[in-house]
Design a protein around this ligand. Structure first.
Ligand code: HEC
Ligand code: HEC
Ligand code: HEC
Ligand code: HEC
Ligand code: HEC
Ligand code: HEC
Length: 317
């Protein structure tokens, strides 16, 4: 099998596409010193390439905690323990970690989060590598799962785009252009995954912006409840209407919605995709309305809370 893989490596390299860094790419470099010693570049993890195949919950947080830099990964974790990237990059679901540069791919001038295109024309990256068998006749059920779809590069993938030219992942799933999997286990029953369809109204303080209707449905399509409500380092959101004192200032600092938006999900600069409900427009009965005042946490004296809230509001915008 190893020989077959190597043979395919050398054949398929001819078909390879150019390398791109894309929105949502994450640079992994906790082990920078060891990587420099081994003369490999930092690792670039492409979210887009994985999310066309897998919903977020396949990796978060069973395999990776949902915070950049919080996962300790080494080559022995991957190749010997078959953990982290090695859960899939083991020659079954995806190619084995033989070709260092497919992961150790950071190029000069790249940083994660932004859309950038490589100027380097070399052909070191080939997204078709590693297939033994074909999509029509995969050599294992796992391979079929891993290799479902092969756009040559994001730019050529035909995925719907938003006004910034970033992939509109909400449309991509609504229009069934991608159908990422919930699980690596072919036996797993998709109906066991919980969806929630409540919409929640966040009344934006002040008059400058439309209100926000938070849709549970698209979020629970991609993410299991526990990613938001049982996050490993403390819940992103307490699972109770109005229990979270969400402010735009803190979102701007990377908290709350910006734990994902601005990083992997669409960016914060796309204001009206969240501020989607004009003030005064009638609200359908099914929308849950958050209580306006947040009850102060029991450990704080009750008088502190309103004062703090007011100063936060007037300082922002
Ligand atoms: C194939 C596995 C995989 C899938 C699928 C995946 N992620 Fe990730 N995600 C990662 C890895 C790896 C990291 C980096 C972790 C680290 O740096 O320690 C990461 C990091 C993150 C972070 C942290 C970013 C930051 O700056 O702190 C967020 C947020 C995130 N992912 C959201 C998502 C969302 C939303 C989805 C689904 C749309 C998703 N991920 C799908 C593997 C995955
Ligand atoms: C849930 C399974 C899974 C995990 C976990 C995973 N990958 Fe992947 N990855 C895949 C699959 C499937 C492909 C596509 C394989 C193919 O096209 O044959 C892929 C493709 C890639 C690519 C695409 C670009 C190319 O040249 O082929 C890179 C880079 C990559 N993975 C890096 C990583 C890194 C780094 C990690 C760990 C931080 C990781 N992956 C974790 C399943 C996974
Ligand atoms: C599937 C993706 C992948 C491939 C392929 C891969 N690596 Fe890594 N490698 C990683 C990740 C992820 C880390 C952890 C990066 C971090 O968090 O700092 C890492 C870390 C390392 C480190 C530092 C930590 C340690 O284990 O000593 C070295 C050295 C390294 N890789 C060498 C290599 C070499 C040499 C190859 C080719 C034979 C290779 N890697 C192939 C993903 C990969
Ligand atoms: C993207 C993050 C996210 C995901 C995933 C998510 N929720 Fe929520 N959930 C929220 C937010 C935000 C609120 C509003 C909290 C507030 O009002 O302060 C909320 C509120 C709730 C509430 C109270 C309001 C209501 O809808 O009745 C319940 C119950 C709840 N979530 C259950 C779930 C369940 C069950 C799932 C999985 C099927 C889930 N949530 C998935 C973010 C999420
Ligand atoms: C755990 C990650 C995560 C968190 C936290 C999160 N989102 Fe999202 N959100 C996503 C993903 C993934 C999508 C799918 C679209 C994408 O990836 O750009 C999405 C989509 C949406 C959409 C649908 C847009 C459309 O075109 O249909 C809205 C609206 C939205 N989010 C608002 C919010 C708001 C408001 C909050 C905070 C209260 C929030 N999100 C918190 C991950 C997250
Ligand atoms: C990912 C979703 C999301 C995006 C994108 C977003 N907001 Fe917000 N914004 C919210 C939520 C949720 C609230 C409600 C906070 C609350 O309950 O008061 C809010 C509240 C506000 C408020 C009211 C003041 C406050 O702190 O509550 C203003 C003003 C505001 N946003 C401006 C903006 C502007 C300007 C942009 C674009 C640059 C933007 N927002 C983009 C989710 C978002």
């Amino acid at each position: 099998m190893l020989h077959a893989t190597k043979f395919l490596f050398s054949c398929l390299i001819l078909l390879s596409a150019n390398a791109y860094a894309e929105y949502g790419d994450i640079i992994l470099n906790r082990t920078a010193d060891a990587m420099r010693e081994a003369e490999v570049d930092d690792v670039v993890f492409p979210h887009w390439f994985h999310r066309i195949r897998f919903r977020c919950s396949v990796c978060h947080e069973n395999i990776f905690k949902i915070k950049a830099g919080s996962n300790e990964i080494s080559m022995s974790t991957i190749t010997e323990d078959k953990q982290a990237c090695g859960v899939c990059h083991d020659g079954l679901v995806a190619w084995e970690p033989l070709e260092c540069e497919r992961c150790h791919a950071l190029e000069e001038g790249w940083s994660s989060g932004a859309i950038q295109h490589s100027i380097r024309e070399d052909e070191k990256k080939n997204i078709l590598l590693g297939i033994v068998g074909t999509v029509a006749k995969p050599y294992s059920k796992f391979m079929e799962i891993g290799t479902g779809w092969h756009p040559l590069a994001l730019a050529k993938s035909g995925l719907p785009l938003d006004k910034y030219g970033l992939v509109n992942w909400a449309d991509a799933v609504r229009k069934k252009i991608v159908n990422p999997l919930w699980s690596l286990n072919p036996e797993d029953d998709i109906s066991e995954h919980e969806l929630r369809d409540t919409n929640i109204l966040f009344t934006a303080k002040g008059d400058s912006m439309p209100d926000v209707i938070f849709p549970h449905d698209i979020h629970s399509y991609w993410l299991e409840c526990k990613i938001c409500h049982g996050t490993q380092d403390g819940p992103m959101f307490i699972k109770e209407l109005g229990a979270n004192n969400v402010t735009m200032m803190e979102i701007g600092q990377g908290k709350w919605c910006a734990r994902c938006h601005d990083k992997i999900a669409f960016p914060i600069s796309d204001c009206n995709r969240c501020h989607n409900h004009p003030k005064g427009k009638p609200i359908s009965n099914s929308v849950l309305i958050r209580p306006l005042k947040v009850a102060p946490p029991p450990t704080l004296p009750p008088i502190d809370e309103p004062a703090q809230q007011n100063s936060v509001d007037s300082d922002f915008f």
